[in-house]
Design a protein around this ligand. Structure first.
Ligand code: FCB
Length: 453
């Protein structure tokens, strides 16, 4: 394995964007406060057996009340950008205009939050959808029905009219893979669906809503920079056999190309469509053109690579491939393979095949068992090493000509990690949930030194 020196901030361009990433449902808490409506994640958490530790996010990190202190911490780290998301049910408790009024208290919260970022010199990067769909819309079918697309565009209009004078960076969706496939097919995320056709239709509607929201954002926000964030994976074959190589191509078709191809104007990949057969989504005339609306950047979330083998018996998977665990590699607490090289491979591949003008690495991070010492320290050597090696990999990709312009560490704080509840800590800061005390871990202290050097 190549050993790269730990980079310094000065190894990166002076205008590089350094940030931390968060999302509304995972940190805010205040689940029923100030008129917020129920989201699909509130509902999912209330169903026994859905969340591994039986928890919910009604309080989470109580960021709704503690945001000034959290943003102080972000400023002290030295980041110049802060990625957050809006909870749709705070703005439209019933999901759409017509089903109720806009909730002024919800908008006022994001006014305060954005103002607090600007006061601290943090550039706000706003994600419109990080998975907390209003339950009222799910009651109508959620992302599987086309009317949710219209609801998203109307919600985007409300939010960008209000915040667009101050927020210039907009991400329509976070990781459509998760909000469609994991949510409507694999059953592990809200709303817990188990149908591949539903998931593919949901995915199409999510991508369509992205495309249709772009002109609305541009109309309401002068000098808007708009993009979408995808979770992407470099994929390798379990062996040199032709069958395994072919499995890589199939797996990549659904995992990566299914999103990248239509966003970059190529429509859905033909080979993947052929494998999906009747499960393929209904696409109306004009949809693909809308999805391909030009953006200003591509957001990439990178966590881990995947290795696959051919598996004709994998009947549950239209890709007839199976994930294979690489032996003898480092893994995070989640079991995800640690591979800084995977980041280089992924970014150079995206650049080679799609050539986006700008890439923003909108999430990257790791979870490990953290221990708070009696002295009040968290010596998270593995997370620190993960961060340093991924920054070295990022530098390598930059040197190879990939136009990556920013890095956002996931996450500022330990938080509610979806179906894992509070069992997985990803923060640069440890959250002691009973007291809500925040303690910068060694990784966070290092990120601060790196940024402030
Ligand atoms: C990503 C999600 C983010 C967080 C990290 C660990 O898939 O976007 O909310 O859960 O994984």
């Amino acid at each position: 394995m190549t050993v790269h020196p730990v980079p310094a901030r000065s190894d990166f361009p002076a205008d590089f964007r350094w940030g931390v990433s968060t999302s509304s449902f995972q940190i805010e808490g205040a689940g029923r406060e100030d008129g917020k409506g129920e989201s699909i994640w509130d509902r999912f958490c209330s169903q026994p057996g859905r969340i591994r530790d039986g928890s919910d996010a009604q309080v989470a990190c109580d960021h709704y009340h503690r945001y000034p202190q959290d943003l102080d911490m972000a400023r002290a780290l030295g980041v110049n950008a802060y990625r957050f998301s809006i909870a749709w049910p705070r703005i439209l408790p019933k999901g759409r205009l017509g089903l109720g009024a806009v909730n002024e208290a919800g908008l006022a919260f994001y006014d305060r939050l954005v103002d607090a970022m600007l006061e601290r010199g943090l550039d706000p990067w706003c994600t419109l959808y990080h998975w907390d769909l209003p339950q009222a819309l799910q009651d109508e079918g959620g992302w599987t029905v086309r009317s949710t697309v219209d609801a998203f565009v109307a919600y985007t209009d409300v939010v960008t009219r209000r915040l667009g004078d101050r927020v210039k960076h907009w991400i329509t969706h976070n990781e459509p893979w998760c909000s469609s496939m994991m949510s409507y097919w694999e059953g592990v995320h809200a709303p817990g669906g188990r149908s591949l056709p539903d998931a593919l239709q949901a995915c199409h509607h999510i991508l369509l809503s992205h495309g249709l929201a772009i002109p609305v954002i541009r109309r309401n926000v002068t000098e808007a920079q708009v993009g979408i964030t995808l979770s992407l994976h470099p994929i390798t074959a379990a062996s040199d056999s032709a069958a395994d190589q072919a499995a890589v191509r199939r797996h990549d078709g659904l995992r990566n190309r299914w999103f990248l191809d239509p966003l970059f104007g190529r429509g859905y990949p033909e080979d993947t469509l052929a494998l999906l057969g009747e499960a393929a989504p209904a696409v109306q005339p004009g949809d693909l053109a809308a999805i391909a609306t030009a953006t200003d950047f591509l957001g990439v979330n990178y966590y881990f690579p995947e290795m696959v083998a051919d598996d004709p018996t994998a009947l549950h998977s239209p890709m007839r491939s199976r994930l294979v665990e690489r032996h003898g590699v480092e893994r995070t607490g989640f079991g995800w393979e640690v591979s800084p090289q995977g980041l280089v491979d992924l970014l150079t591949r995206v650049q080679r095949d799609y050539a986006p003008a700008v890439i923003q690495l909108t999430e990257n991070g790791s979870t490990f068992e953290d221990v708070l010492t009696p002295e009040g320290r968290v010596h998270d050597a593995e997370r620190l090493s993960y961060l340093q090696r991924h920054l070295a990999a990022l530098k390598q990709a930059l040197d190879a000509g990939v136009p990556v312009k920013g890095y956002f560490a996931w996450s500022l704080l330990d938080n509610f990690e979806w179906a894992e509840g509070y069992l997985r800590r990803f923060g640069l800061a440890y959250v002691d949930y009973p007291t809500q005390r925040r303690i910068l871990k060694d990784s966070g202290l290092w990120y601060g030194r790196f940024l402030n050097e």
